[in-house]
Design a protein around this ligand. Structure first.
Ligand code: ADP
Ligand code: MG
Length: 628
């Protein structure tokens, strides 16, 4: 049997474990139910992947996002490790084959969404597998006190009934004591082994600035530092506007949001990673899979959704250990509008009912009918048709998804395709008469030219790299080729995929989950309130506030947040006034000083003591201080 270090080296090529990884892995290998709390990017995946490879049998991984699962499965496959997910829309027949493969094909990992796990059929199939380890990733989703509650996560405990002897590991980056307690209770862990890396980030300075002119402040920040940065804003439009503003001011930026096509996202991401454009202006859709060590500043141009989100987003700064800044730009109007915006973007129960009803009507599904097919769904078109607000509608769909009513896959990785409409001779001729595009067309033919009778999937990004041009130019050229009827070009679409998981029952469906929805909405409001409390509290060190929030009570002040800096400058001020006063009067007792200065006597005494020890003042026989 290989040891975990050997596996780490063999498959990942890493020489050593990160803090706590080894301890967690060892606990899992000793078959102890374990809860691992490591910050984002701390390397949680390895904590179940490595022991799964040491053990015999299959590891089942529960994970909330399809894109996340696909990403991990692809990563494992690249390492030659057998892993799969159950693709959406798999029929029952296909499912049987899939599980046969799992059972007899030496598979090590099966990734399942919590919604999928509710299917009796899948439960039954899982019970036939030789399961050694069950990993609940993003385990805070299990708790309604988490910032991302997913009711279907509650069902994960069913795995415990199916495989009572398997070891469980729950992993998350953000857990308050309440959430942690919830996780342990719901998964029925008796005496779980909890491994928690402190949330303390010594090199990260949390700085909250109240300012009426955020753009000016932003400008100042980036004038001071040229190092990589992220600017979080709260709408898609703002990503574009602020990116344009910064570009106009001589900075190099890109923008990123969930509405971009996969290829646009990849381009923005790549340009930022390679620091061609060191600043990225993004909505909080920019997050998953970011693994950049040298981010110097994370700016929140608008208030984040919760303390959890704030800490996670801010925590993308300074991974390399160098000093980094998390800057929140805000003002009083902002705080008010944050509440208002939340009100506007969170659907009420009634609105969810409406949206749910229209969804079935939109696809012309009759009452009682269930169509087990994947629908191509364009959110904006849907909203236009029924006069819904997109943001709110998106959240409603997300709520329906989280409650297992629909499956809403917002991130389908559809590729663009092209179909050649003429033969290669004709294309070469065309290339000759368009010398600017010649190189590109040659590349296109070389890469995809073999197939002429059917559409082929292409990758604009890859094409651009091969042809030495930007992906934007690739798109421009392809559009021109289409115009000239050389090819048919269908760009990867932003559409989402949508599945209905229940027959149409209208309000009945929603009534069944109304309790969940209500508590979810309540929770969302409470999270905003907590965040606002944090922003407004300018008397307690920010780091201490953050740590308290996550249940760490013993901690010293950070000395680098806005609150600490403010306090330091106050002390400096006291010192200055004391020395000035002594200078004026030649000699003074501490009592006399306290009478004349508007500071607390205790503060004055501390200062006097400091000044004495720094030998800036002396004390004579009459207990009076004088300047040295
Ligand atoms: P998390 O789930 O905690 O956010 P991931 O498991 O996605 O983090 O890991 C984040 C990154 O850290 C990945 O790129 C991973 O390869 C890397 N990583 C994890 N463990 C190690 C290690 N021991 N040595 C070097 N890199 C590691
Ligand atoms: Mg993870």
């Amino acid at each position: 049997m290989a040891t975990s270090s050997e596996i780490l080296k063999k498959y990942w090529g890493f020489n050593s474990f990160r803090p706590l990884q080894e301890e967690i892995i060892n606990a899992v290998l000793e078959n102890k139910n374990t809860i691992a709390l490591l910050p984002t990017g701390g390397g949680k995946s390895l904590c179940f992947q490595v022991p799964a490879l040491v053990k015999e049998g299959i590891c089942i991984v529960i994970s909330p996002l399809i894109a996340l699962m696909e990403d991990q499965v692809n990563n494992l496959k690249e390492k030659g490790i057998k892993a799969m997910t159950i693709p959406s829309g798999t029929s029952q027949d296909e499912m049987i084959t899939l599980f046969d493969n799992l059972r007899f094909g030496n598979y090590k990992f099966l990734y399942v969404s919590p919604e999928r796990l509710q299917s009796k059929f899948i439960q039954d199939k899982i019970s036939q597998l030789n399961v050694s380890l069950i990993a609940i990733d993003e385990a805070h989703c299990i708790s309604e006190w988490g910032h991302d509650f997913r009711p279907s996560y509650l069902q994960t405990h069913i795995l415990k009934e199916i495989h009572p002897n398997a070891t469980f590991i729950a992993l998350t980056a953000t857990a308050t004591p309440k959430v942690l307690h919830n996780i342990a209770t719901i998964l029925a862990f008796n005496n779980p082994n909890v491994f928690q890396k402190s949330f303390k980030r010594e090199n990260l300075a949390y700085q909250i600035y109240f300012t009426e002119d955020k753009l000016y402040k932003l400008n100042r920040i980036f004038t001071k530092t040229k190092e990589p940065a992220i600017v979080y804003v709260n709408t898609r439009n703002k990503t574009k506007e602020i990116s344009a503003y910064l570009n106009a001011n001589g900075f190099k930026t890109e923008f990123y949001h969930g509405g971009l096509s996969p290829i646009e996202k990849k381009m923005a991401f790549d340009n930022w990673m390679s620091e061609k454009t060191p600043i990225i202006v993004a909505t909080n859709a920019f997050g998953m899979g970011i693994d950049k060590a040298n981010v110097k500043v994370v700016v929140h141009f608008n208030l984040p959704n919760s303390v959890e989100n704030y800490v996670q987003e801010a925590g993308r700064g300074g991974r390399n250990g160098n000093k980094a800044f998390s800057v929140v730009l805000t003002n009083n109007a902002d705080i008010l509008s944050t509440k208002e915006i939340q009100q506007k973007s969170l659907p009420s129960l009634e609105e969810i009912k409406q949206i749910h009803l229209k969804l079935y009507q939109h696809f012309q599904i009759a009452k009682g009918e269930l169509i087990e097919d994947n629908f191509d769904f364009n959110l904006l078109a849907f909203c236009n048709k029924y006069n819904f607000i997109p943001n709110k509608t998106f959240n409603a769909l997300q709520i329906l998804h989280n409650n297992g009513v629909i499956q809403f896959n917002n991130n389908p990785k559809q590729k663009s395709t092209i179909l050649f409409l003429v033969n290669s001779n004709r294309i070469i001729q065309y290339a000759k008469s368009h010398p600017k595009k010649k190189e590109f067309i040659t590349t296109l033919l070389r890469l995809y030219g073999g197939v002429f009778e059917q559409a082929v999937k292409i990758d604009e990004f890859f094409l651009g790299k091969k042809a030495g041009i930007t992906s934007w130019t690739v798109i421009e050229y392809l559009e021109k080729l289409e115009e000239d009827t050389i090819i048919e070009y269908s760009k990867s679409s932003n559409n989402s995929e949508l599945y209905f998981l229940h027959p149409r029952e209208d309000d009945k469906t929603i009534n069944r989950i109304s309790k969940n929805i209500k508590s979810y909405l309540k929770q969302k409001h409470a999270k905003t309130e907590e965040l606002i409390q944090f922003i407004k509290n300018d008397t307690t060190c920010r780091s201490i506030q953050v740590l308290n929030y996550f249940g760490e009570s013993k901690s010293s002040i950070c000395g680098i947040c806005d609150v600490c800096l403010q306090q330091k400058s106050k002390i400096k001020n006291v010192t200055k006034e004391i020395t000035q006063l002594i200078q004026q009067h030649k000699e003074l007792s501490s009592k006399e000083i306290a009478e004349q200065l508007p500071f607390k006597e205790a503060d004055i005494l501390i200062n006097l003591r400091n000044l004495l020890s720094e030998e800036k003042i002396g004390l004579n026989n009459y207990n009076k201080y004088f300047l040295l």
